[in-house]
Design a binder for this molecule. Structure first.
Ligand code: P1T
Length: 385
């Protein structure tokens, strides 16, 4: 089936009992058993729920995986994946990660005997330099939050196969509409479905998709044992959101391309980070790796820009009218954020400096409003800076 057909139908046949076209929302926390220890299909809502199961089947179809798992947040999804590891295991992660992921690795998982090294995962040699006998996992964000650096998933998958590592890709920034890491050889895909998949800034959620039955078994066990599951209502809302994912992603991408070009030509902007600009160092990789289901290149809706200094960045933020100053991204409305003091504040300043995340960096999440209005808002905020 095509992507949009799957987005609308996968996991959601009309209800056999009532004919309801929209998947019924099953809020029940428990399910009647025919005899002790003999449930019909579901027994307890943490273990399994029909609404959650539909979402899990849906995301598995969109990512072209076999098994999907829904969690209460993107961080809970990342935690589930980390629990595939054992004390003593070593992880190599992209140097520029979402700040919360870095915090979870450094301040939570380290306490349990895991160790983490950070590398520029766009460079295989830099990864190789970090490789140890105990390395078990390569954890990659591509494009990265907020610097939009890409890693070549297919090349990394080959490296991981040779070295016996699991390749995990956080696909939050593009959604399965523009990037399907499992088809490029990744083992595990993670989403903060709070972002593009939810798309309306009203659901916190996380998703994991795999192909291998062994990984699926461990994730299912952990999901039930640790219990960071989303509510059935959040799953139902997410399913509703996914139905328009293709339409929304096309508009995010179209608006962002126009805006990135405008920003690139504005004298107050020192640098624009957007993989769809020809001067992005990985423009060719972006065209090859990031594609809509019909094979057309897609760059997504995230843009970062460097202003002259932090003071100008703050002034710019205060002048914007349509762009709302807030954390998060990927929703229909445009947002703006100052990563150094907001989403990436949990990364120590020295580490931020190392990866090039400066105090004058501003991140835009381009929404699907009329692009002329967004351009006008940016123009009035930048002019005379
Ligand atoms: O917020 P949560 O649903 O728990 O997802 C965490 C997460 C994971 N991965 C990436 C790439 C992310 O960007 C996030 C969350 N990011 C933000 C809240 C933000 O504004 O960048």
């Amino acid at each position: 089936m095509g992507f949009s057909t799957d987005a609308i139908h996968a996991g959601q046949a009309p209800d056999p009992q009532t004919g309801a076209v929209v998947l019924p929302l099953v809020q029940s926390t428990t399910f009647a058993q025919e005899a002790p220890g003999q449930p019909k299909k579901y027994e307890y809502g943490r273990t399994g729920n029909p609404t959650r199961e539909a979402l899990e089947a849906n995301i598995a179809a969109l990512e072209q995986g076999r098994y999907g798992f829904a969690f209460a947040s993107g961080m809970a999804a990342t935690a589930a994946v980390c629990h595939l590891l054992r004390p003593g295991d070593h992880v190599i992660a992209t140097a520029n990660l979402y700040g919360g992921t870095y915090r979870y690795f450094e301040q939570v998982m380290r306490q349990f005997g895991l160790s983490f090294s950070y590398a520029d995962t766009s460079n295989l040699e830099a990864i190789e330099d970090q490789l140890r006998p105990s390395t078990r996992m390569l954890f990659v964000e591509t494009p990265t939050n907020p610097l939009l650096i890409l890693s070549d998933i297919r090349a990394l998958a080959g490296f991981c196969r040779e070295n016996g590592l699991l390749l995990v890709v956080d696909n939050t920034f593009l959604s399965p509409y523009f990037q399907r890491p499992l088809t490029l050889g990744a083992d595990i895909v993670i989403h903060s479905s709070t972002k593009y998949i939810g798309g309306h800034s009203d659901i916190i959620g996380g998703l994991v998709v795999v192909r291998e039955a062994m990984l699926a078994e461990q994730l299912a066990f952990y999901q039930n044992a640790a219990g960071a599951v989303p509510s059935p209502y959040d799953c139902w809302l997410t399913l509703r959101s996914v139905k328009t994912l293709a339409l929304r992603m096309r508009q995010h991408d179209a608006n962002a391309r126009t805006i990135a070009t405008f920003l690139h030509g504005h004298p107050a902007v020192r640098k624009v980070y957007y993989p769809g600009l020809k001067n992005h160092p990985q423009y060719r990789l972006a065209r090859r790796q990031q594609k809509d289901p019909a094979g057309r290149p897609g760059f997504g809706g995230m843009i970062s820009l460097e202003l002259e200094n932090e003071e100008k960045a703050r002034l710019f933020l205060s002048r914007l009218r349509i762009f709302t100053l807030a954390e998060s991204l990927g929703a229909v409305e445009s947002l703006v954020c100052h990563p150094a003091t907001m989403t990436h504040a949990s990364i120590p300043p020295a580490e931020r400096e190392k990866i090039g995340l400066s105090d004058s960096l501003v991140r835009l999440s381009i929404g699907i409003e009329d692009v002329e209005d967004l351009l006008e808002d940016l123009r009035q905020a930048l002019d005379g800076l």
